[in-house]
Design a protein around this ligand. Structure first.
Ligand SMILES: NC(=O)c1ccc[n+]([C@@H]2O[C@H](COP(=O)([O-])OP(=O)(O)OC[C@H]3O[C@@H](n4cnc5c(N)ncnc54)[C@H](OP(=O)(O)O)[C@@H]3O)[C@@H](O)[C@H]2O)c1
Length: 322
């Protein structure tokens, strides 16, 4: 069976390709730049989903997994960030869904984000039944994409992951590992938040479940590892695996928020200080359960970080917003 995976060369895409190849699927991957290394099981098509018709790349496909998208943009490169997110995450999804409908694709899975529900959970985990309340251009573009997708393909499956980590992770998670490894003192010991995460391996398994389970079509699922942690707990777990204990000192979170606001970094502070918990019972009810514990996922991430660092000194340092 043929699956088309958009964003196949990205962080999540690579793990999803590995998972589907192991299960015997034939894989066609879509990305703009297809000079990616180490993707021997994937027939890569170069395509800009914002501009080109994907129909020729979808012929013969049973399933489309739409991971291509933009979570981060450099402000100086785009005059209108809102329009840029809308084009990358919503318009591209619509073009692809229309092509999938024409190609007769039987199942369509879309990677949205837990941020569709907002930046801060209300003292309990969000569920799929909570009203969407996206707070930034990225989350608004994903919510807009979800709604337009449902009009074109009512049976499509929408996944809303929180922060995804694992081998190949970039952006903020990579920066956290670097800070802990360098022994930089962080004023986060007094933070009492709780955040959901999902490892890229567990997410790939969950996508496999959505691809094959008879009850998945038409549903929206929140997906997480189910072991929520505070920011200091996460840093301590990373420190234990890195062999460098996290250097944390106490500072009232209100002071940190104020300082971050004055420096124009309120959104980053909210991700470190606030709570964003999600409830993945709906997807678990379908029979999926995370196979990797949070601790094992972090161990594998640190192990990858060490080997990537020894191969190339500079890895991806973009700012992600999930
Ligand atoms: N990472 C997270 O923590 C997280 C959390 C929640 C949701 N998500 C969602 O999960 C999806 C995958 O995330 P990721 O972290 O794997 O992202 P990523 O590493 O940045 O990869 C993005 C992939 O999409 C491709 N792509 C981007 N724009 C494209 C376009 N216009 N046409 C064709 N291909 C395009 C990229 O390749 P080229 O640049 O070569 O085109 C790349 O293969 C995204 O939709 C993201 O919003 C991610």
């Amino acid at each position: 069976m043929l699956v088309v995976i958009t964003g196949a060369t990205g962080f999540i895409g690579r793990s999803v390709c590995t998972r589907f190849a192991a299960a015997g699927w034939k894989i066609r991957g879509i990305a703009r730049n297809i000079s990616a290394q180490g993707m021997k099981d994937v027939e890569l098509h170069s395509l800009d989903l914002e501009a080109a018709d994907a129909l020729p790349s979808l012929r013969g496909a049973e399933l489309v997994i739409h991971l291509a998208g933009r979570a981060h943009m450099l402000e100086e490169k785009f005059d209108d960030l809102r329009a840029a997110f809308q084009s990358a995450n919503s318009n591209a999804t619509v073009h692809l869904a229309q092509a999938a409908a024409r190609a007769g694709v039987r199942r369509f899975i879309f990677a949205s984000t837990a941020k569709v529900h907002g930046e801060e959970s209300p003292g309990r985990p969000f569920t799929e039944h909570d009203a969407p309340n996206p707070q930034d251009d990225y989350a608004r573009s994903k919510w807009n994409a979800e709604q337009r997708l449902r009009h074109i393909l009512p049976d499509s499956i929408v996944l809303r992951p929180p922060l995804v980590f694992g081998p190949g992770v970039g952006a903020n998670f990579l920066r956290l590992m670097r800070l802990v490894e360098r022994g930089i003192p962080l004023p986060l010991a007094s933070v009492r938040n709780s955040r959901s995460l999902v490892s890229v391996q567990n997410l790939a398994d969950c996508i496999m479940a959505c691809a094959t389970h008879k009850d998945a079509p038409g549903k929206t699922f929140l997906v997480s590892d189910g072991e929520d942690v505070s920011t200091p707990q996460l840093l301590r777990m990373l420190g234990a695996h890195l062999g460098f204990p996290a250097m944390l000192w106490p500072c009232p979170p209100a002071v940190l928020r104020l300082g971050a606001s004055l420096l124009g970094r309120r959104a980053e502070a909210d991700r470190l200080l606030g709570s964003l918990e999600i409830d993945s019972n709906a997807v678990r009810a379908m029979g999926w359960a995370p196979s990797l514990t949070l601790d094992e996922g972090l161990r594998q991430t640190v192990s990858w970080y060490r080997s990537a660092k020894s191969r190339q000194p500079k890895t991806d340092d973009r700012q992600a917003v999930d």
